[in-house]
Design a protein around this ligand. Sequence first.
Ligand code: GLN
Length: 490
Amino acid sequence: MPLHDLTLEQAHALLQRGEISSVELTQALLDRIAVKDKEISAYLTVTAEGAIAAARQADARRVAGEETPLLGIPIAIKDIIHIRGVPTTCGSRILEGFVPAFSATVIHRLQAAGAVLLGKTNTDEFAMGSSTENSAYFTTRNPWSLERVPGGSSGGSAAAVSGRMAFAALGSDTGGSVRQPAAFCGAVGIKPTYGRVSRYGLVAFASSLDQIGPIARNVMDAAILLGVIAGHDPRDSTSSKAPVPDYQAGCWRPAGAGDGLNGLRVGTPAEYLVPGMQPRVTAAVREAIATLEKLGAEIIEISLPHTKYALPAYYLIAPAEASANLARYDGMRYGLRVLGQDVGNTYEQTRAQGFGAEVTRRIMLGTFALRAGYYDAYYLKAQKARTLIRQDFDAAFERVDVIATPTTPTTAFRVGEKMDNPLEMYLADVFTLSMNLAGICGLSLPCGFDDQSLPIGLQLMGPALGEVVVLQAAHAYEQATGWHKERPAL
Ligand code: GLN
């Protein structure tokens, strides 16, 4: 098997046994990127020299007796997370030329574990979008079909993973941007509980919703990465002090829990199987639920009655927070500066030329929603809807351990298909947004293919800090079905 086809766990085993070096492994992936990324365009920046240097160091650490599951493993990072000395663009012209002077906490953690960073992956501008078509630089292609989008906004990370150009990657998920591209690319993507992973050094889109999450080729690999990046960070006041469980071991059900998924209660909300969905997606998710039942889980119909308010609430809250967070890009402090006659005009010109259409739309929506006189009618209403959505989940998790739904209503759509219709684009995340509003955790994993051989994603949700039970259900399902073993032809 070519090195790039190994899973993270398999690559680690070879490294540990000394059968390959990290330098060899890293070079194999850099060679693959040099060839395949011409078609896929997952990477905005490849840091080849830095990667080889890090690989050398990892090899030396291993020789010195150190061992971690990520020591010497090549990983990709969404270009909205700072790595000191490497440009961060956020997929935007307004940050062109900006090089951060510090690294995100997740990067420090990866480096401490010995991971090799291959480079920065493409994203919709400031993570606003569902296809990576909003990147100011280029559109990433779906490795399963080059005419299709990889999803977004972490489309570059998902395409790098499923295109065998990284063993795993980090993305960020504000309303679905880890899970939706993972679903479109046939990968596993975890949206951790809000506060589980530090946001320090993640460029802010909507601070009450943003969370960094891993994308990998199977549940175990994603769990390994989550275990390294999760944990309290004094630099992020919203980060949780709860101890981090061993997610890798947590993928297996504890001894005494019985066979398969015996005793696990899986909720299926009627609100998530709506008419108008792609029929093959509905069918695949139903089959997946039947498989969970065969594994011993008890399937319980539940209701999340306020689901229909998730999309409107999200598209008030996220733009409101974005309009405040993006006020800092004024031509003075970061990246692009378009000089005007005076300071006000310089702000105006810089922002007009630096931001793309979708970001401008969000800033306008957010500024409008927060205007004096409108605040109660829009922003406050949306926050109340958010509370109701959270209470729906609280009530549901009294009766069930996990909730199973589709990740997306359709499989990957064609490049260009939704670019003229922002509302259609927003609907790509209709099943993922609620989890961010409620602050709970979950993941997407492959559960089949449509008639065009495009991957379908199953979403499993768990309560706040319930990552382990979600991983167990996902891992058992994956072992029983093996969908994750399918590879794009490329
Ligand atoms: N597609 C959603 C949006 O455009 C979610 C994006 C995200 O999770 N970053 O806002």
